[in-house]
Every structure is written in structure tokens, then in C-alpha cells.
Design a protein around this ligand. Structure first.
Ligand SMILES: [Zn+2]
Length: 443
């Protein structure tokens, strides 16, 4: 089948979301369904290459047939169809083909309506993507008369909360991007305010520097979270021995946003905060001179007891950004600092909680990287290298060479990225590598 043939070529593009403005955090979450990248607001470019041009008239007929006759064996084919639609907008032959065969638009609508039972299950990505890909056609004026009533119907069937919220929010976001002037037709004009008011209903002040906005947390859970964060400050300062906030940092307070589940995080956090949500949480430092620092997280709903996933890891990013790393995230990325940023967040999180980092200890046995190699880690490397090996590198230096940590941090605090880089690559260089391998074996 044509669509199936496209799967392998295209799917790889979707599974690797580009790093956003914020520190891409933490690939430890539950396995996420491959979703159409949500942050590409503007003309998706045709970034895939096939040997021949796509035969859109045939593909659109085939997709319509598959959607109308869907069985559980068709998941990959439907997904490939969504990928084709997503990238089609960048191709001149695409819109005329859709215009000539608008049945595919009605089939997308039928597919969502017939399978609303997918929402809330691990097949939700199929109906969620179908909703969004239908909505994406709003960008083309010639197709708006066909698409508008279909989308308005979907919006009317859902609500900002509840099981169908991913459908409702999907419509709202597409309307916001492509048909904002007519949002009244869909009943979604104030959707961000609605999410804020009806989803994030819990407001709690831990202290003058710390606030929580949450979807569903009990008084005990709120107090427990505040206490966990408050207790981390002292441990942080003991390790980094900072002289106070870095120059120009006015992020005196932090807002912690907590969604109830990983699914809710994916439904709401993207539209509310303009972030990628194929991750386990995100810290948004923003402009440290001006704005409200915030991290966005969710409860670990797959664990038996209450926990906010990556809570202490993300909180470390806030403290690190305020007391160690000069300037904003873009500034911090001018040289490879990921070994420290993510490694230290892992190190402090595990150390503070007194937990054994089993994955990293297991990795240590493999002796995969020299210490000197890890100083070059970037977000393009895999999550084992970024998180597990980052942890090992930071822990090794903190335990065996705290003076080097102090020297590098002094440069990071001053924004002397070249100085820090010089310390890592020339002063330290490879001189600890053999000791490092011995230390790894001793863990
Ligand atoms: Zn992180």
C-alpha cells in the first residue's frame, strides 16, 4: 500500500522533536505515541525525500478508504496518512488535489466522530492527529468553507475538560493559528483563559518565592511538594557554593505548574505555554531579567503513590539558572554545557532524595565514555549520554575534584564560556580519564 510505504521514510522525522527554547528535559517519561509535531505553526516544509513525487489524488482516495474502513490493524497506515497530510502543505500539488477531492476532509471528521472512544486510550494519538490535521486545512482560504463546519461540529461535541478535551483543544489551537478572526464560530475564542480557569484550578503559595498552579492536588500533596522544594535549596547551595544570584538575574520567584497526568500535560501544556510536550517536563527560564520563571510538570500517574515527575530535577534547573549560569538558555548554550546542566540536575535530584540512580550505575559498568569526551555532550546526543553520563561526570567531579567544579562554575557565573571550556578541555583535558575509569568500576 502506498501509505504504508511512506511510514518508515516519514516517521523518523516525527519521533525526534527539535529542541525548543527551553532545556529539553528528561527522556524518562512513559513511552509517548508518535504525534505530529505541534510546534511547527508555519508552512511545514517538505523535508522528506521520496524517489518520485507523491501521487496525491491516489493517496487521498486511499486514505479516505482506510479511514472509513479502519480496523485495529490500520494504525500505522492511518498515522502515515496523517504524516502525508502534515507535510503535504509544503507541496504545490497538494492543496489542488484536496480541493478536487474534499471527501478526504469529511473522512477525517467521520474518523474522529466514529472513534471518540479512542480518547483516553493509547490510540488517542490517532483521533487527536486526525482532528489537528483536519484543522490544519483552515490555512487555505479555498478549503475553509468545507473545513469550518466540520471543525465546529467537533468542538461542539467536546469541552475544555473531560475525556474529549484533546479534541476540543486541538480544534481551538488550529483555529487560533489559522482562523482566529472566526473563533466565535467554534466557541473557542477564549480557550487559553478557559484552560487556565477550568483546568489549573488549584492555586497555592508555598512561600514568597514559590507558587504552585495545579490541576488536581490535595492539601497534603501541596504541602509535601513545597517542603520537598524548600529543603532542596540548602543542599544545592552546599554543593555549588555560590556567592548569590548571577548578575542581572531577577528570577526571584518560581511558578510550578502541575498537570494531573502525562496525558493532560500533552493536551494542555503545549497550547498554554508554547512548548514541546514530547518530554517529561520543562523548565522555562525565559528572560531572567524580566519574566516569571516557571516549570511545567505533571504527576507521575503511572506510579502507585503521589509524585511530580522530575520535580527536583526541574527545580535544580531553576536554581542552577539563577545561581550558576549567566544569562538565558540561549546564552548558556554558546558552548557545550549540557554535561553540567542536565548532569547536575540529575545529580542533585538523586543526591537530595537519597535515591540510587540505577540506570546511571548500570551504564557506568559499560565504561562507554571517557570523562574528557563527555564535556562535548549536546542535546543532539542520546538520553543515556545526556542524563546518565552527565550524572556520572558531575558526580565524579563533585566527589573527586570539587575545586575544578568551583573553577568551572566561577566562569559559568561570569558568562566566561570560553574560560570554562578552556578549563574543561585544557586544564582538565584527559588527565582524569584513567582515574575516572577506575571510579566508574568502583560504583
Ligand atoms: Zn533537565
Amino acid at each position: 500500500m502506498r501509505l504504508a510505504a511512506l511510514v518508515l521514510a516519514l516517521i523518523a522525522t516525527l519521533l525526534v522533536p527539535a529542541p525548543a527554547q527551553a532545556a529539553p528535559a528528561d527522556g524518562h517519561g512513559p513511552l509517548l505515541p508518535p504525534e505530529i509535531a505541534r510546534t511547527l505553526h508555519h508552512s511545514p516544509q517538505t523535508t522528506f525525500h521520496t524517489a518520485t513525487a507523491v501521487d496525491y489524488p491516489a493517496e487521498l482516495r486511499e486514505l479516505t478508504r482506510v479511514l472509513d474502513n479502519y480496523t485495529a490493524a490500520d494504525d500505522a497506515t492511518v498515522h502515515a496518512g496523517m504524516v502525508m497530510l502534515y507535510y503535504g502543505h509544503g507541496d504545490a500539488a497538494f492543496v489542488p488535489a484536496v480541493q478536487a477531492y474534499p471527501e478526504v476532509l469529511r473522512a477525517l471528521h467521520r474518523f474522529v466522530v466514529w472513534h471518540t472512544d479512542f480518547f483516553g486510550t493509547d490510540r488517542a494519538y490517532l483521533t487527536q492527529n486526525a482532528t489537528r490535521e483536519l484543522g490544519r486545512f483552515l490555512r487555505h482560504g479555498v478549503l475553509q468553507p468545507t473545513v469550518r463546519p466540520l471543525l465546529a461540529d467537533l468542538a461542539a461535541r467536546g469541552d475544555v475538560v473531560g475525556r474529549l478535551a484533546p479534541m476540543w483543544v486541538g480544534v481551538a489551537e488550529m483555529v487560533d493559528w489559522y482562523d482566529k478572526a472566526n473563533c466565535g464560530r467554534y466557541g473557542t475564542c477564549d480557550f487559553r483563559a478557559k484552560i487556565d480557569r477550568r483546568v489549573l484550578t488549584v492555586r497555592y503559595t508555598c512561600s514568597t518565592t514559590l507558587k504552585i498552579r495545579a490541576q488536581q492536588m490535595t492539601a497534603t500533596e501541596l504541602r509535601q511538594t513545597c517542603a520537598s522544594l524548600a529543603g532542596q535549596d540548602a543542599v544545592f547551595h552546599r554543593v555549588v557554593r555560590d556567592p548569590g544570584p548571577v548578575a542581572g538575574d531577577r528570577n526571584t520567584s518560581l511558578e510550578v505548574v502541575v498537570f494531573n497526568t502525562a496525558g493532560d500535560y500533552r493536551t494542555y501544556a503545549g497550547v498554554l505555554f508554547d512548548i514541546d510536550t514530547n518530554n517529561g517536563g520543562m523548565y522555562l527560564e525565559g528572560d531572567p531579567a524580566a519574566n516569571q520563571a516557571r516549570f511545567i510538570a505533571h504527576e507521575a500517574d503511572w506510579l502507585p503513590t503521589f509524585a511530580i515527575w522530575n520535580l527536583n530535577h526541574e527545580y535544580t534547573h531553576y536554581l542552577d539558572g539563577r545561581f550558576d549560569m549567566y544569562g538565558d538558555f540561549t546564552e548558556n548554550m554558546r558552548t557545550p554545557t549540557v554535561w553540567w546542566i542536565e548532569g547536575f540536575a540529575e545529580y542533585l535530584s538523586y543526591t537530595y532524595r537519597g535515591e540510587v540512580y540505577g540506570d546511571a550505575i548500570a551504564e557506568a559498568k559499560n565504561q562507554t565514555y571517557a570523562l574528557s569526551a563527555l564535556f562535548d555532550t549536546t542535546y543532539d546526543h542520546d538520553t543515556k549520554r545526556v542524563y546518565n553520563w552527565g550524572y556520572l561526570a558531575v558526580r565524579y567531579l563533585a566527589e573527586r575534584h570539587p575545586a575544578d567544579v568551583q573553577a568551572v562554575l566561577a566562569d559559568y557565573r561570569a558568562g566566561d564560556w570560553a574560560g570554562a571550556r578552556d578549563h574543561l578541555t585544557r586544564v582538565i583535558g584527559t588527565r582524569y580519564d584513567s582515574d575516572w575509569y577506575g571510579w566508574l568500576s568502583s560504583l
